[in-house]
Design a binder for this molecule. Sequence first.
Ligand SMILES: [Zn+2]
Length: 353
Amino acid sequence: MISFFPDVYPDELAYSWFARYGVRSGYTHYRAIADDLFISHTAKPNLEFIIELSQDAYCAVTHIMPFERFILNHTMFPYYARFLPVERRQKAFEHLLNMDKRFNDSLHIRRNKTQHRQWLRYCPLCAEADRERYGETYWHRLHQLDHIDVCPVHGCYLHDSSVSITSKDSPSLVHAETIIPVCSAAENCSNNIELEIAKYVSQVFSADLQIDNPTKVGTFMHSKMENTKYLSARGKTRLLAPLTNDFNKLYFALPNVTMSEQWQIEKIFSNHRCHTYDICLLAFFLGVPTAELVAMRLPEKTQTQLFDEKIIELHNLGFNYRQISIQMGASYDYCKLVGNRQRRKLGRELSQP
Ligand SMILES: [Zn+2]
């Protein structure tokens, strides 16, 4: 029976909140805490997400906030799901709301081989600030972003704790306050690109998540290259060799670069690579403001549509296709094709009653 539940802290991991419940309850055995909180008292708690909660725990959580908000603001869901195709994002969210472990399948979380991080981490300066403000520290989501080793608030390196994310040890819930040292030296990060990426990724992670936004991240990123040297004049063909070259130059001093080959970047445009970190690397490189990235919208007209309209406009002004071809930097055949297509379209419209 759960008679009280502690308040949740900003950006606190669900795991952390539950661990604090255990300490406040005076329990010394994991099974006693798990018996209150979870359907199975032998199951290992999920450090990034949740396992199935008991009816009591579900009521305690939803008494404090809607379950949707709990998933969005207190699990790592936004990090893995933000840029997934909309159907997979919605499906994963639905599974999590139902506490159905099939959410893992929908998220396709990359683990083990590629997971950079092995331990829950903390920032010594955030821990100090928490203790001053709340009298205890806790596990922050912002310190658990895979591939980010710097606190975006203080610009110092994160420390590994002794709580393993991947261990097969017997289940436990470890309250951060019990293992994070009180005096722990902070080492400032002097790598500018690493700092900038940490801030950029954390802003994207913390922004509201548009579960039902149908825009595909690959199409959005393509639109963000319009009128740059990375697209052909018509805006259709991506020039990925120079893009990859410049991308690698920008990130040569970044420790955790997850893509350096052209084929890896290509996968973003084909919507087969959707991890927030990868998307952020490309978006930051292209100068996309975080506010635009988290609310992806396509322009009303693509560069290709505007290009074709310009050909038609010039033709209507009396230029021939040879002159248009030189002015627009497109082939003669292509300009003629666009003109003919427009003529057929007008013909069809005129013949309709
Ligand atoms: Zn910090």
